[in-house]
Design a protein around this ligand. Structure first.
Ligand SMILES: [Zn+2]
Length: 473
């Protein structure tokens, strides 16, 4: 259950807020169709705490080639072992690399070209070495791990890489962070739809099996989901329950601007029933390409999560006009996040599509949730993980907490200052305004009682007010 947003001021709460209930009740409604998971992600400890390490995290695929000109957000594809040797971060030598696995320590040599030598075998990357060792020790292990389980003189490679990147990129937020991740080119292209004066185009998805030569693919390429298949022994490895108030925040956030938005999901993990409970959304109130502010926003969210004793169990972002399927970059971001959290809990990603050009008269947003499975055995090391559609159960909040209203107001106050804010008084389709559109979409996630009606009234008031002349002062 979410904690109160105790750190937030209630100065701006209106009488309308005060009429709303001050408690939020969550009733999980288990999906009868969900079956017990048959496949479970490893939860081995990956902390560098000096304890024996049985790391089985998913590889961060750091040795992939960076095909993006925006390598600041995609750094893990650009920095290789060879880079770090050339830059003097790593000094070649015998036995300087190590892997701790199942109580044993394995030491390898770092060669001058960044390759690794161990027991008369040469490895091109930390991933291939780690996979080799783990399969040798435990043949049942299917996925290896790389930068986050191999150490150089006792320090984890991923941290050394991160430090190097911080010093050299000039960017405050390195790598794959939801707060600084955005799928550029999802908007702004010619032309099948106008979204509040912005021209957008329809984008086609490719199948996962069509990802062949990663080096030639645009990271904005959208990939269709693969499905878990219980009958094939590959069921969803955990279940997910999400509060409707979380979906409400995501949807509201996504409707405010023609640009992408993102945020984090806070919740709890119950290992006994293998269920991830998503209880609160933490919107990133920053432009997604503003890496400097992203650091501050992420820190604030970390503090908020800690204050509420919630774990960062996932993230969300919007595809304003594209389908709610992940791009290759989204797959990377999610994989990286899973990697970071794997010691304690699973992680899921939600995508919200408020103005999908393929169904431009639809008023209700489309949501999807996904998790990334490791690349299949035998696939090249550069292969992307597999985006798996995750089924989730909605737990209905029958009353709306005041915190939710406060968050909605903060979002409006933030976005109304920007040029890409949606003008809610404008017409969306026919005689319907953007305000009509968002109200219809939000209504689908609200309880069908008085509290739902009150929230819609509240939304109407704050959005109408934001559109009035002088609202920026
Ligand atoms: Zn995306």
């Amino acid at each position: 259950m979410s904690q109160l947003k105790s750190t937030m001021s209630n100065d701006n709460v209106t009488p309308t807020d005060a009429t709303m209930s001050t408690t939020m009740h969550v009733q999980a409604q288990p999906n009868e169709q969900e079956k017990p998971p048959s496949r479970q992600p490893s939860m081995d400890n990956d902390e560098d705490d000096g304890t024996p390490d049985d790391t089985e995290s998913l590889d961060s695929n750091s040795s992939r080639k960076d095909t993006s000109p925006r390598s600041g957000r995609n750094f893990s594809r650009g920095v290789t072992m060879n880079t770090l040797v050339q830059e003097g971060v790593l000094e070649p030598g015998p036995g300087v690399l190590s892997i701790d696995y199942l109580g044993q320590k394995y030491c390898g040599d770092l060669l001058p070209d960044g390759k690794i030598f161990w027991e008369n075998v040469q490895f091109a990357s930390p991933s291939s070495w780690a996979t080799y060792i783990k399969k040798k020790i435990n043949p049942a292990k299917k996925s290896g791990c790389g930068w986050n389980s191999v150490k150089y003189k006792g320090k984890k490679l991923d941290k050394l890489k991160l430090n190097w990147f911080r010093k050299n990129s000039g960017n405050a937020v390195p790598g794959l962070s939801p707060a600084s991740n955005c799928d550029e080119d999802l908007v702004g292209q010619p032309t099948t739809l106008i979204l509040d004066n912005k021209m957008v185009r329809e984008r086609k998805s490719i199948k996962y099996s069509e990802i062949k030569l990663q080096g030639s693919l645009d990271p904005n390429t959208i990939v269709e989901f693969e499905q878990f298949d219980e009958n094939m022994g590959k069921g969803q490895p955990f279940s997910v329950v999400i509060s409707t108030s979380v979906l409400l925040i995501i949807d509201f956030h996504s409707h405010l601007t023609t640009s992408e938005v993102a945020g984090y999901l806070g919740g709890r993990w119950n290992p006994n029933d293998r269920c991830l409970y998503i209880m609160q959304a933490f919107p990133c109130k920053c432009k997604l390409c503003d890496q400097e502010n992203a650091v501050i926003v992420e820190q604030e969210i970390s503090n908020s999560l800690a204050a509420r004793q919630l774990m960062r169990v996932g993230w969300y972002h919007s595809h304003p006009t594209s389908q709610a399927e992940p791009t290759l970059r989204d797959i990377d971001v999610q994989y990286e996040m899973q990697c970071n959290n794997i010691a304690s809990h699973p992680t899921v990603a939600f995508i919200n599509s408020p103005f999908d050009v393929r169904d431009s008269t639809r008023s209700e947003s489309v949501y999807s949730a996904f998790w990334v499975a490791p690349p299949p055995d035998g696939s090249p090391e550069q292969a992307y993980g597999v985006p798996m559609r995750v089924k989730y159960t909605e737990s209905i909040d029958h009353t709306i907490h005041q915190d939710i209203l406060h968050e909605l107001r903060l979002l409006v106050d933030y976005y109304k200052l920007h040029t890409d804010v949606i003008t809610f008084t404008k017409l969306w389709r026919g005689t319907m305004t953007y305000l009509d559109k968002i109200k219809l979409s939000l209504t689908a996630k609200l309880p069908k009682d008085k509290s739902g009606a009150q929230l819609i009234q509240f939304v109407q008031e704050i959005l109408t007010k934001a559109c009035q002349p002088g609202s920026l002062t």
